[in-house]
Design a protein around this ligand. Structure first.
Ligand code: PMP
Length: 423
Protein backbone atom coordinates (compact mmCIF):
# COMPACT_ATOMS: atom_id res chain seq x y z
CA UNK A 1 0.00 0.00 0.00
CA UNK A 2 1.63 3.22 -1.17
CA UNK A 3 1.32 6.50 0.70
CA UNK A 4 3.42 9.06 -1.22
CA UNK A 5 1.22 12.06 -0.44
CA UNK A 6 1.08 11.27 3.28
CA UNK A 7 4.83 10.76 3.30
CA UNK A 8 5.56 14.07 1.60
CA UNK A 9 3.16 15.99 3.81
CA UNK A 10 4.45 14.39 7.01
CA UNK A 11 7.95 15.35 5.98
CA UNK A 12 6.90 18.94 5.40
CA UNK A 13 4.93 19.01 8.65
CA UNK A 14 8.20 18.54 10.56
CA UNK A 15 9.05 22.12 9.58
CA UNK A 16 5.89 23.53 11.11
CA UNK A 17 4.70 21.31 13.96
CA UNK A 18 6.84 19.52 16.62
CA UNK A 19 7.28 16.00 15.27
CA UNK A 20 4.65 16.83 12.67
CA UNK A 21 1.79 16.00 15.03
CA UNK A 22 -0.65 17.59 17.45
CA UNK A 23 -0.41 14.65 19.88
CA UNK A 24 2.70 12.44 20.22
CA UNK A 25 1.39 8.89 19.61
CA UNK A 26 0.20 9.94 16.15
CA UNK A 27 3.81 10.18 14.98
CA UNK A 28 4.18 6.35 14.94
CA UNK A 29 7.38 6.52 17.00
CA UNK A 30 6.64 3.20 18.68
CA UNK A 31 6.12 1.37 15.39
CA UNK A 32 8.19 3.38 12.89
CA UNK A 33 7.07 4.47 9.46
CA UNK A 34 4.88 7.34 8.33
CA UNK A 35 1.38 7.88 9.66
CA UNK A 36 -1.28 8.16 6.97
CA UNK A 37 -3.12 11.48 6.86
CA UNK A 38 -6.74 10.47 7.38
CA UNK A 39 -9.16 12.74 5.57
CA UNK A 40 -12.48 10.90 5.45
CA UNK A 41 -14.37 8.38 7.52
CA UNK A 42 -17.59 6.45 7.15
CA UNK A 43 -18.79 3.82 9.58
CA UNK A 44 -15.89 1.54 10.50
CA UNK A 45 -13.68 2.78 7.64
CA UNK A 46 -11.29 5.68 7.05
CA UNK A 47 -9.53 6.92 3.91
CA UNK A 48 -6.12 8.55 3.69
CA UNK A 49 -4.81 11.34 1.49
CA UNK A 50 -3.61 8.78 -1.06
CA UNK A 51 -7.05 7.21 -1.36
CA UNK A 52 -6.22 4.05 0.64
CA UNK A 53 -9.03 2.62 2.74
CA UNK A 54 -8.54 1.17 6.23
CA UNK A 55 -10.73 -0.66 8.70
CA UNK A 56 -10.40 1.54 11.79
CA UNK A 57 -9.71 0.17 15.29
CA UNK A 58 -8.54 3.55 16.64
CA UNK A 59 -11.79 5.47 16.18
CA UNK A 60 -10.11 8.73 17.14
CA UNK A 61 -8.92 6.97 20.34
CA UNK A 62 -12.37 6.04 21.51
CA UNK A 63 -15.03 8.68 20.92
CA UNK A 64 -16.55 7.17 17.77
CA UNK A 65 -18.50 4.29 19.29
CA UNK A 66 -21.11 4.75 16.54
CA UNK A 67 -18.48 4.81 13.81
CA UNK A 68 -17.39 7.72 11.60
CA UNK A 69 -19.77 10.32 10.20
CA UNK A 70 -22.91 8.83 11.74
CA UNK A 71 -25.72 10.55 9.78
CA UNK A 72 -27.82 11.40 12.84
CA UNK A 73 -24.88 12.85 14.74
CA UNK A 74 -23.84 14.93 11.73
CA UNK A 75 -27.32 16.27 11.14
CA UNK A 76 -27.73 17.30 14.80
CA UNK A 77 -24.40 19.14 14.68
CA UNK A 78 -25.29 20.77 11.36
CA UNK A 79 -28.60 21.98 12.72
CA UNK A 80 -26.94 23.66 15.71
CA UNK A 81 -23.99 24.93 13.66
CA UNK A 82 -26.22 26.94 11.33
CA UNK A 83 -27.22 29.09 14.29
CA UNK A 84 -23.70 30.00 15.33
CA UNK A 85 -20.71 28.17 16.73
CA UNK A 86 -20.37 29.43 20.28
CA UNK A 87 -21.88 32.01 22.59
CA UNK A 88 -19.99 31.67 25.87
CA UNK A 89 -23.37 31.76 27.56
CA UNK A 90 -25.63 29.05 28.98
CA UNK A 91 -27.09 26.86 26.23
CA UNK A 92 -30.10 24.53 26.38
CA UNK A 93 -28.08 21.55 25.12
CA UNK A 94 -25.81 21.67 28.20
CA UNK A 95 -28.84 21.03 30.36
CA UNK A 96 -29.92 18.16 28.15
CA UNK A 97 -26.49 16.57 28.11
CA UNK A 98 -26.17 16.93 31.89
CA UNK A 99 -29.50 15.12 32.24
CA UNK A 100 -28.21 12.31 30.01
CA UNK A 101 -25.03 12.01 32.10
CA UNK A 102 -27.15 11.75 35.23
CA UNK A 103 -29.20 8.94 33.70
CA UNK A 104 -25.96 7.07 33.09
CA UNK A 105 -23.97 7.76 36.28
CA UNK A 106 -24.87 8.14 39.98
CA UNK A 107 -24.06 11.87 40.13
CA UNK A 108 -26.00 15.02 41.06
CA UNK A 109 -24.05 17.79 39.31
CA UNK A 110 -22.05 17.80 36.09
CA UNK A 111 -19.50 20.42 34.96
CA UNK A 112 -18.53 20.40 31.26
CA UNK A 113 -14.99 21.08 30.05
CA UNK A 114 -13.30 20.49 26.69
CA UNK A 115 -10.81 17.66 27.24
CA UNK A 116 -10.18 14.68 29.45
CA UNK A 117 -7.07 16.44 30.73
CA UNK A 118 -9.15 19.34 32.00
CA UNK A 119 -11.69 16.98 33.54
CA UNK A 120 -9.17 15.05 35.66
CA UNK A 121 -7.13 18.15 36.53
CA UNK A 122 -10.28 19.91 37.72
CA UNK A 123 -11.58 16.87 39.61
CA UNK A 124 -8.30 16.68 41.53
CA UNK A 125 -8.37 20.39 42.36
CA UNK A 126 -11.92 19.93 43.57
CA UNK A 127 -10.94 16.91 45.68
CA UNK A 128 -8.19 18.93 47.33
CA UNK A 129 -10.48 21.90 47.81
CA UNK A 130 -13.14 19.72 49.35
CA UNK A 131 -10.90 17.68 51.67
CA UNK A 132 -8.21 20.27 52.41
CA UNK A 133 -5.61 17.53 51.94
CA UNK A 134 -2.49 17.77 49.77
CA UNK A 135 -1.80 14.28 48.33
CA UNK A 136 -3.32 12.36 45.47
CA UNK A 137 -2.77 8.72 44.50
CA UNK A 138 -2.48 7.36 40.99
CA UNK A 139 -1.44 4.01 39.54
CA UNK A 140 1.47 3.11 37.27
CA UNK A 141 0.46 2.79 33.66
CA UNK A 142 -2.81 4.69 34.17
CA UNK A 143 -3.04 7.84 32.08
CA UNK A 144 -5.29 10.71 33.04
CA UNK A 145 -4.15 13.44 30.68
CA UNK A 146 -1.16 15.73 30.90
CA UNK A 147 -1.75 17.95 33.95
CA UNK A 148 1.50 18.50 35.89
CA UNK A 149 0.52 16.45 38.92
CA UNK A 150 -0.36 13.49 36.74
CA UNK A 151 2.83 13.28 34.68
CA UNK A 152 4.46 11.48 37.54
CA UNK A 153 5.99 8.05 38.00
CA UNK A 154 6.90 6.03 41.03
CA UNK A 155 10.07 7.01 42.86
CA UNK A 156 12.28 4.17 44.12
CA UNK A 157 11.05 1.95 46.94
CA UNK A 158 7.57 1.23 48.21
CA UNK A 159 5.29 4.05 49.38
CA UNK A 160 7.61 6.72 48.06
CA UNK A 161 6.68 10.05 46.60
CA UNK A 162 6.29 10.53 42.87
CA UNK A 163 8.94 11.94 40.54
CA UNK A 164 8.23 13.83 37.30
CA UNK A 165 7.84 11.69 34.17
CA UNK A 166 8.08 14.77 31.94
CA UNK A 167 10.55 17.60 31.85
CA UNK A 168 8.93 20.80 33.02
CA UNK A 169 7.05 19.23 35.90
CA UNK A 170 8.42 20.65 39.18
CA UNK A 171 9.61 18.02 41.63
CA UNK A 172 7.80 19.79 44.42
CA UNK A 173 4.61 19.23 42.51
CA UNK A 174 5.31 15.61 41.61
CA UNK A 175 5.98 14.82 45.27
CA UNK A 176 2.33 15.42 46.01
CA UNK A 177 1.40 12.48 43.80
CA UNK A 178 1.83 9.02 45.30
CA UNK A 179 2.21 6.31 42.68
CA UNK A 180 1.19 2.71 43.31
CA UNK A 181 0.91 -0.52 41.29
CA UNK A 182 -2.45 -1.16 39.64
CA UNK A 183 -4.12 -4.38 40.84
CA UNK A 184 -2.07 -4.43 44.04
CA UNK A 185 -4.71 -4.20 46.78
CA UNK A 186 -2.21 -4.81 49.59
CA UNK A 187 0.04 -1.97 48.45
CA UNK A 188 -2.95 0.34 48.43
CA UNK A 189 -4.12 -0.81 51.86
CA UNK A 190 -0.66 -0.27 53.31
CA UNK A 191 -0.50 3.27 51.96
CA UNK A 192 -3.97 4.10 53.24
CA UNK A 193 -3.05 2.84 56.68
CA UNK A 194 0.12 4.91 56.76
CA UNK A 195 -1.07 8.17 55.17
CA UNK A 196 -4.79 7.86 54.47
CA UNK A 197 -5.60 11.06 56.37
CA UNK A 198 -3.33 13.14 54.12
CA UNK A 199 -4.78 11.90 50.84
CA UNK A 200 -7.40 13.96 49.03
CA UNK A 201 -8.22 11.49 46.27
CA UNK A 202 -7.36 8.33 44.44
CA UNK A 203 -7.73 8.59 40.68
CA UNK A 204 -7.86 5.38 38.65
CA UNK A 205 -8.87 3.90 35.32
CA UNK A 206 -11.60 1.39 36.22
CA UNK A 207 -10.49 -0.63 33.20
CA UNK A 208 -7.05 0.48 32.09
CA UNK A 209 -6.76 1.38 28.42
CA UNK A 210 -3.51 3.32 28.57
CA UNK A 211 -1.14 0.48 29.41
CA UNK A 212 -2.97 -1.61 26.90
CA UNK A 213 -6.10 -3.10 28.45
CA UNK A 214 -5.75 -4.21 32.07
CA UNK A 215 -8.75 -5.61 33.91
CA UNK A 216 -9.23 -4.70 37.59
CA UNK A 217 -9.37 -7.59 40.04
CA UNK A 218 -12.31 -7.77 42.43
CA UNK A 219 -10.01 -7.42 45.41
CA UNK A 220 -8.41 -4.30 43.95
CA UNK A 221 -11.80 -2.67 43.41
CA UNK A 222 -12.68 -3.57 47.00
CA UNK A 223 -9.48 -2.00 48.32
CA UNK A 224 -10.18 1.17 46.30
CA UNK A 225 -13.55 1.53 47.99
CA UNK A 226 -11.97 1.09 51.43
CA UNK A 227 -10.28 4.44 50.83
CA UNK A 228 -13.59 6.07 51.64
CA UNK A 229 -13.15 4.98 55.28
CA UNK A 230 -10.21 7.41 55.41
CA UNK A 231 -12.20 10.29 53.93
CA UNK A 232 -10.37 9.88 50.61
CA UNK A 233 -12.42 10.70 47.50
CA UNK A 234 -12.53 8.03 44.83
CA UNK A 235 -12.26 9.43 41.28
CA UNK A 236 -13.20 6.96 38.56
CA UNK A 237 -11.56 8.22 35.38
CA UNK A 238 -14.13 7.03 32.86
CA UNK A 239 -12.86 9.23 30.03
CA UNK A 240 -12.27 6.07 27.98
CA UNK A 241 -14.73 3.63 29.56
CA UNK A 242 -17.73 5.94 30.09
CA UNK A 243 -20.62 5.11 27.73
CA UNK A 244 -18.36 2.46 26.16
CA UNK A 245 -18.34 -0.53 28.53
CA UNK A 246 -22.02 0.08 29.26
CA UNK A 247 -24.16 3.22 29.07
CA UNK A 248 -23.12 3.81 32.67
CA UNK A 249 -19.52 2.84 31.90
CA UNK A 250 -17.37 0.78 34.24
CA UNK A 251 -19.30 2.25 37.17
CA UNK A 252 -22.38 0.37 35.96
CA UNK A 253 -20.53 -2.69 34.76
CA UNK A 254 -18.63 -3.29 38.01
CA UNK A 255 -21.05 -1.65 40.44
CA UNK A 256 -18.55 1.03 41.50
CA UNK A 257 -19.35 3.84 43.94
CA UNK A 258 -17.02 6.67 42.96
CA UNK A 259 -17.27 10.11 44.59
CA UNK A 260 -16.34 11.80 41.32
CA UNK A 261 -16.42 10.57 37.73
CA UNK A 262 -14.48 12.07 34.84
CA UNK A 263 -15.84 11.68 31.32
CA UNK A 264 -14.72 12.55 27.80
CA UNK A 265 -14.34 10.81 24.42
CA UNK A 266 -17.81 9.24 23.75
CA UNK A 267 -19.37 12.07 25.79
CA UNK A 268 -18.49 14.50 22.99
CA UNK A 269 -19.36 12.14 20.14
CA UNK A 270 -16.20 13.19 18.27
CA UNK A 271 -16.12 16.87 19.25
CA UNK A 272 -14.24 18.30 22.24
CA UNK A 273 -16.40 17.72 25.30
CA UNK A 274 -15.51 16.23 28.66
CA UNK A 275 -16.90 16.54 32.16
CA UNK A 276 -16.41 15.91 35.84
CA UNK A 277 -19.37 15.03 37.96
CA UNK A 278 -20.26 13.87 41.43
CA UNK A 279 -22.53 14.23 44.36
CA UNK A 280 -23.95 17.63 45.22
CA UNK A 281 -22.04 18.14 48.45
CA UNK A 282 -18.69 17.85 46.64
CA UNK A 283 -19.61 19.54 43.35
CA UNK A 284 -21.04 22.53 45.20
CA UNK A 285 -17.47 23.53 46.02
CA UNK A 286 -16.95 24.47 42.34
CA UNK A 287 -17.19 28.14 41.31
CA UNK A 288 -19.49 30.03 41.19
CA UNK A 289 -21.14 28.07 44.05
CA UNK A 290 -17.92 27.44 45.93
CA UNK A 291 -14.26 28.38 46.31
CA UNK A 292 -12.68 25.95 43.80
CA UNK A 293 -12.03 27.85 40.58
CA UNK A 294 -12.46 26.31 37.13
CA UNK A 295 -13.64 27.86 33.86
CA UNK A 296 -13.49 27.55 30.06
CA UNK A 297 -14.16 29.82 27.06
CA UNK A 298 -15.51 26.99 24.91
CA UNK A 299 -16.78 24.76 27.75
CA UNK A 300 -20.21 23.32 26.97
CA UNK A 301 -20.08 24.69 23.43
CA UNK A 302 -23.23 23.90 21.44
CA UNK A 303 -21.60 21.81 18.69
CA UNK A 304 -19.89 19.46 21.10
CA UNK A 305 -23.03 19.25 23.23
CA UNK A 306 -25.07 18.38 20.12
CA UNK A 307 -22.66 15.67 18.94
CA UNK A 308 -22.48 14.20 22.43
CA UNK A 309 -26.21 14.32 23.01
CA UNK A 310 -26.98 12.70 19.65
CA UNK A 311 -24.47 9.93 20.43
CA UNK A 312 -25.79 9.30 23.94
CA UNK A 313 -29.40 9.30 22.80
CA UNK A 314 -28.63 6.70 20.13
CA UNK A 315 -26.81 4.53 22.68
CA UNK A 316 -29.58 4.89 25.23
CA UNK A 317 -32.27 4.18 22.67
CA UNK A 318 -30.52 1.04 21.41
CA UNK A 319 -29.41 -1.03 24.40
CA UNK A 320 -28.78 -3.82 21.88
CA UNK A 321 -25.73 -1.86 20.76
CA UNK A 322 -23.83 -2.92 23.88
CA UNK A 323 -24.69 -6.59 23.34
CA UNK A 324 -23.49 -6.22 19.78
CA UNK A 325 -20.18 -4.61 20.85
CA UNK A 326 -19.73 -7.46 23.33
CA UNK A 327 -20.36 -10.09 20.65
CA UNK A 328 -18.00 -8.42 18.17
CA UNK A 329 -15.35 -8.08 20.87
CA UNK A 330 -15.71 -11.74 21.83
CA UNK A 331 -15.39 -12.78 18.18
CA UNK A 332 -12.23 -10.69 17.73
CA UNK A 333 -10.75 -11.98 20.99
CA UNK A 334 -11.46 -15.65 20.21
CA UNK A 335 -10.23 -15.27 16.64
CA UNK A 336 -6.98 -13.59 17.70
CA UNK A 337 -6.31 -16.28 20.29
CA UNK A 338 -6.94 -18.99 17.71
CA UNK A 339 -4.66 -17.44 15.07
CA UNK A 340 -1.86 -16.71 17.51
CA UNK A 341 -2.05 -20.18 19.06
CA UNK A 342 -1.95 -21.77 15.63
CA UNK A 343 1.15 -19.73 14.83
CA UNK A 344 2.73 -20.64 18.16
CA UNK A 345 3.02 -16.97 19.16
CA UNK A 346 2.95 -16.36 22.93
CA UNK A 347 0.09 -14.00 23.64
CA UNK A 348 -2.48 -12.69 26.08
CA UNK A 349 -5.61 -10.98 24.77
CA UNK A 350 -7.14 -8.64 27.37
CA UNK A 351 -10.62 -7.42 26.63
CA UNK A 352 -13.58 -5.79 28.31
CA UNK A 353 -16.50 -5.24 25.93
CA UNK A 354 -15.27 -3.25 22.94
CA UNK A 355 -11.78 -2.44 24.34
CA UNK A 356 -9.03 -4.93 23.55
CA UNK A 357 -5.24 -5.37 23.58
CA UNK A 358 -3.08 -8.22 22.29
CA UNK A 359 0.05 -8.56 24.42
CA UNK A 360 2.81 -10.62 22.84
CA UNK A 361 3.86 -12.45 25.97
CA UNK A 362 2.66 -15.43 27.99
CA UNK A 363 -0.36 -14.42 30.03
CA UNK A 364 -1.95 -13.62 32.26
CA UNK A 365 -1.29 -9.87 31.97
CA UNK A 366 -2.71 -8.36 35.15
CA UNK A 367 -0.28 -5.65 36.22
CA UNK A 368 1.58 -2.91 34.36
CA UNK A 369 4.76 -4.92 34.91
CA UNK A 370 3.16 -7.88 33.10
CA UNK A 371 2.16 -5.60 30.22
CA UNK A 372 5.72 -4.35 29.86
CA UNK A 373 6.87 -7.89 29.05
CA UNK A 374 5.17 -7.67 25.65
CA UNK A 375 7.40 -8.22 22.61
CA UNK A 376 7.27 -4.75 21.05
CA UNK A 377 9.33 -5.83 18.03
CA UNK A 378 6.71 -8.45 17.22
CA UNK A 379 4.00 -5.85 17.80
CA UNK A 380 5.64 -3.61 15.17
CA UNK A 381 5.42 -6.46 12.65
CA UNK A 382 1.82 -7.11 13.62
CA UNK A 383 0.96 -3.42 13.28
CA UNK A 384 2.59 -2.84 9.90
CA UNK A 385 1.36 -6.17 8.57
CA UNK A 386 -2.17 -5.03 9.38
CA UNK A 387 -1.71 -1.49 8.09
CA UNK A 388 -0.42 -2.77 4.76
CA UNK A 389 -3.53 -4.95 4.52
CA UNK A 390 -5.88 -2.05 5.20
CA UNK A 391 -6.39 -2.46 8.95
CA UNK A 392 -5.63 0.58 11.10
CA UNK A 393 -4.69 -0.74 14.57
CA UNK A 394 -3.48 1.60 17.38
CA UNK A 395 0.20 2.39 16.68
CA UNK A 396 1.42 1.32 20.12
CA UNK A 397 1.12 -1.94 22.03
CA UNK A 398 0.17 0.06 25.14
CA UNK A 399 -3.12 1.31 23.75
CA UNK A 400 -6.56 -0.23 23.47
CA UNK A 401 -8.12 -1.13 20.14
CA UNK A 402 -11.78 -0.11 19.93
CA UNK A 403 -14.79 -1.49 18.13
CA UNK A 404 -17.79 0.53 17.01
CA UNK A 405 -21.35 -0.55 16.27
CA UNK A 406 -20.49 0.08 12.61
CA UNK A 407 -18.00 -2.82 12.63
CA UNK A 408 -19.38 -6.10 11.30
CA UNK A 409 -18.60 -9.80 11.80
CA UNK A 410 -17.19 -9.74 8.28
CA UNK A 411 -14.86 -6.88 9.25
CA UNK A 412 -13.62 -8.86 12.24
CA UNK A 413 -13.03 -11.95 10.11
CA UNK A 414 -11.14 -9.89 7.55
CA UNK A 415 -8.97 -8.56 10.37
CA UNK A 416 -8.18 -12.10 11.51
CA UNK A 417 -7.14 -13.06 7.97
CA UNK A 418 -4.86 -10.02 7.91
CA UNK A 419 -3.33 -11.08 11.25
CA UNK A 420 -2.74 -14.57 9.90
CA UNK A 421 -0.85 -13.14 6.93
CA UNK A 422 0.92 -10.42 8.90
CA UNK A 423 2.58 -12.97 11.17
N1 PMP B 1 -8.19 9.91 31.04
C1 PMP B 1 -8.17 8.78 30.31
C2 PMP B 1 -8.54 7.49 30.96
C3 PMP B 1 -7.78 8.81 28.98
O1 PMP B 1 -7.74 7.68 28.26
C4 PMP B 1 -7.41 10.06 28.41
C5 PMP B 1 -6.96 10.18 26.95
N2 PMP B 1 -6.64 9.05 26.29
C6 PMP B 1 -7.45 11.20 29.19
C7 PMP B 1 -7.87 11.09 30.51
C8 PMP B 1 -7.09 12.54 28.64
O2 PMP B 1 -8.06 12.97 27.76
P1 PMP B 1 -7.72 14.08 26.65
O3 PMP B 1 -6.80 13.44 25.68
O4 PMP B 1 -9.06 14.42 26.08
O5 PMP B 1 -7.10 15.24 27.37
Amino acid sequence: MERPRSQALFQEAQAHIPGGVSSPVRAFKAVGGTPPYLVRGEGAYVWDLDGNRYLDYVLSWGPLILGHAHPEVLSRVREVMEKGLTFGAPHPLEVELARAVKRAFPVDLVRFVSSGTEATMSALRLARGYTNRPYIVKFRGNYHGHADGLLVEAGSGALTLGVPSSAGVPEAYARLTLVLEYNDPEGLRALLKERGEEIAAIIFEPVVGNAGVLVPTEEFLKALHEAKDYGVLLIADEVMTGFRLAFGGATERFGLKPDLVTLGKVLGGGLPAAAYAGRREVMEKVAPLGPVYQAGTLSGNPLAMAAGLATLEILEGNPGHYARLEALGARLEAGLKAVLSRKGVPHAVNRVGSMLTVFFTEGPVVTFKDAQRTDTALFRRFFHGLLDRGVYWPPSNFEAAFLSVAHTEEDVDKTLEAVEKAL
